[in-house]
Design a protein around this ligand. Structure first.
Ligand code: GLN
Length: 301
């Protein structure tokens, strides 16, 4: 079969299965099955596929038609411009979460500059900033922050990623290795195994209300790990516990940054206020929905 025929047929099968972005996904799967780029395709759209490529492509199309996420088929998702390995044990990195990473990166850069300024010539170099990514999953938030801080020759980050899922941490470890970054991975229920205090804590915890899980699109509902999504009855379970844990794990003046669901800004702000956080800010994502809540804790226990 020719490339252009395979593409059209694959696309039609995805459309019939009601896959949201059938056109794009057929492209990605064709690229993944043939290892040819789109530019190669346009040079020679009538090129014959090998038997093996054809079989592989239609196997991928078949899987996608069953609503298996594209990223579980290709094994990868880009986040902050970096490639991350993913599988069924981690939440697929969302573009929505890049806003959290961008805000955290800006904050870390300014903290890093302040720290370097405080250290004058002759004195030992400033100590690294400690950052914790709570519920790290694939490690995409922590690792992208470490990558861009390193690239910008900012102060080194001592990065810790915590997760209750050992399988997820295995993915995070592999991602760190591929990006040539060294982070510490802690396996445990929230702060149970986390040691010391941090200048910055970031988290995209599970925050979907249990009764709303069934309304999510098929890809998310059936293939993203439920424990990465389920925020229990009111969706706020993990926010509550993480805010509490910050009292003993943030440095005085330390920052907490959360990703939240579009209708949770008020509740999460209230939780943080009641726990003694100040300078609480809510930021919107690119689609105009509330997406990040941040605050400063200067009342350490
Ligand atoms: N935003 C995610 C979704 O689309 C939910 C992520 C989370 O619970 N942290 O389903």
């Amino acid at each position: 079969m020719r490339m252009d025929e395979a593409y059209m047929l694959g696309r039609r099968k995805l459309e019939e299965a009601d896959v949201g972005e059938a056109q794009l996904d057929a492209w990605y799967l064709l690229e993944h099955a043939t290892r040819m780029s789109r530019a190669d395709y346009f040079k020679e759209p009538k090129k014959e596929l090998t038997k093996e490529q054809e079989l592989r492509y239609f196997l991928y199309i078949e899987k996608r038609a069953q609503r298996i996420p594209l990223q579980h088929i290709t094994g990868e998702q880009a986040f902050m411009g970096l490639p991350f390995l993913v599988n069924e044990f981690v939440l697929i990195p969302r573009q929505d979460t890049e806003i959290l990473a961008e805000i955290a990166l800006g904050l870390l850069k300014s903290l890093s500059r302040e720290r370097q300024k405080d250290v004058t010539g002759g004195e030992p170099a400033a100590s690294p900033l400690r950052i914790l990514d709570m519920c790290t999953g694939s490690g995409c938030i922590l690792l992208s922050l470490m990558h861009y801080m390193k690239q910008d020759s900012c102060l080194a980050l001592e990065g810790v990623g915590a997760d209750v899922s050992d399988e997820a941490l295995q993915v995070a470890r592999e991602n760190a290795e591929r990006l040539e970054l060294e982070a510490t991975w802690v396996h445990g229920d929230l702060f149970s195994k986390v040691e010391g205090r941090f200048q910055v804590i970031v988290s995209n915890p599970p925050y979907v209300r249990t009764k709303e899980l069934d309304q999510l699109q098929a890809e998310v509902r059936f293939y993203d790990p439920r424990i990465a999504l389920d925020g229990k009855e009111d969706g706020l379970h993990y926010f509550r516990r993480i805010v509490e844990g910050c009292k003993t794990h943030l440095e005085p003046g330390g920052h907490l940054l959360f990703e939240i669901g579009y209708d949770q800004a008020k509740d999460v702000t209230k939780l943080m206020q009641e726990a003694g956080f100040s300078k609480i800010k809510v930021k919107k994502d690119l689609t105009g929905l509330d997406r990040v809540v941040s605050g400063v804790y200067d009342r350490c226990a």
